[in-house]
Design a protein around this ligand. Structure first.
Ligand code: ADP
Ligand code: MG
Length: 292
């Protein structure tokens, strides 16, 4: 492509809410056959809300939520914000935790009023030797609705679960249809549980799901697809997505996400609207023609 045609494509992209960082991004997009998308904040709004609290026998739902929210006050995760907000709406009196720790992709722990409290996924609790079989059935009920369930344990015993839901962006269903029409295979990549991820993927008609991925493993999955001969674009919004965005042939960041993601990507969708990818590919083809 000539420098002039690249300039024209860059300008047109900007009017459609698509920022190209460089000529390479424009030139490469038309060759993509696989789009890997992060779930939270990319397909979904990334603003989960509390839906339900399920206490274990002998526990009160408000006390489960109060302990969970007290712990999450120290976390910057979107799941934490949903739990804290849910507790505040119920006007529960939160405490300040001590010895607070966050385990990336798993959950949080700390001491509240002399008690040892853990909140997170099954891996976090089993890592502390805590069985959650009594909560497996209610957790699955939440997950089949596309909700994320987090387990609370107090002094080494399960106490209940809290479930949140992160609504799909209003633009996502149409974006997925258009991306399919454009011939792309779409793979969802998420740290969330497999049942939750599959429920969301099924509603959207997404082809493949890779769930339970730890933050530092996302780039590995992109590499694996490339080793299978796929030409990969990766769309994401978080700090966790940055290595995968850099690994993909084209990285696509949500303008609504973190700066780190945008710095690692060749394309930014200013409003976080995935339909921008279809438009960007049209520009890529118009700029480069059918040259291989
Ligand atoms: P995602 O890829 O959806 O952004 P993460 O990789 O950040 O998710 O986290 C994966 C899982 O770990 C979450 O679905 C949740 O079960 C658990 N988790 C992570 N952070 C927290 C937290 N602050 N509080 C509770 N659970 C958490
Ligand atoms: Mg995300």
């Amino acid at each position: 492509a000539t420098p002039m045609s690249i300039m024209v494509a860059t300008g047109k992209g900007a009017t459609m809410g698509v920022l190209f960082k460089n000529a390479e991004a424009i030139e490469t997009l038309r060759k993509v056959d696989t789009l890997v998308v992060d779930k939270t904040g990319t397909l979904t709004e990334g603003k989960p809300r509390l839906q339900e609290v399920v206490p274990m026998q002998g526990w009160d739902a408000d006390e489960v939520l109060r302990l969970a929210a007290s712990l999450e006050r120290g976390s910057e995760h979107p799941l934490a914000a949903a739990i804290v907000q849910g507790a505040q709406q119920r006007e529960l009196a939160l405490e300040a935790p001590t010895d607070f720790q966050a385990a990336a992709g798993k959950g949080v722990s700390g001491r509240i009023g002399g008690r040892e409290v853990l909140l997170g996924n099954a891996a976090l609790l089993s890592g502390h030797g805590i069985g959650i079989s009594a909560l497996a059935a209610p957790a699955e009920v939440q997950r089949t609705q596309g909700r994320t369930a987090m387990f609370l344990a107090v002094d080494g015993q399960p106490a209940g679960l809290v479930a949140v839901a992160d609504p799909v962006k209003t633009t996502t269903p149409q974006a997925i249809r258009e991306l399919h029409e454009d011939g792309l295979r779409i793979v969802m990549l998420t740290g969330d549980n497999e049942t939750t991820a599959k429920a969301v993927a099924r509603d959207l008609g997404i082809d493949d799901v890779v769930a339970g991925v730890l933050p530092d493993q996302k780039a590995q999955h992109v590499k694996r697809l490339q080793a299978e001969g796929r030409f990969v674009a990766m769309a994401g919004d978080g700090i966790n997505d940055a290595p995968a965005l850099a690994q993909a042939q084209v990285g696509i960041a949500m303008g609504t996400g973190t700066d780190v993601a945008m710095e690692s990507a060749g394309v930014t969708l200013i409003q976080g609207d995935l339909r921008g990818i279809v438009r960007a590919r049209r520009l890529s083809r118009a700029t480069l023609g059918n040259i291989r």
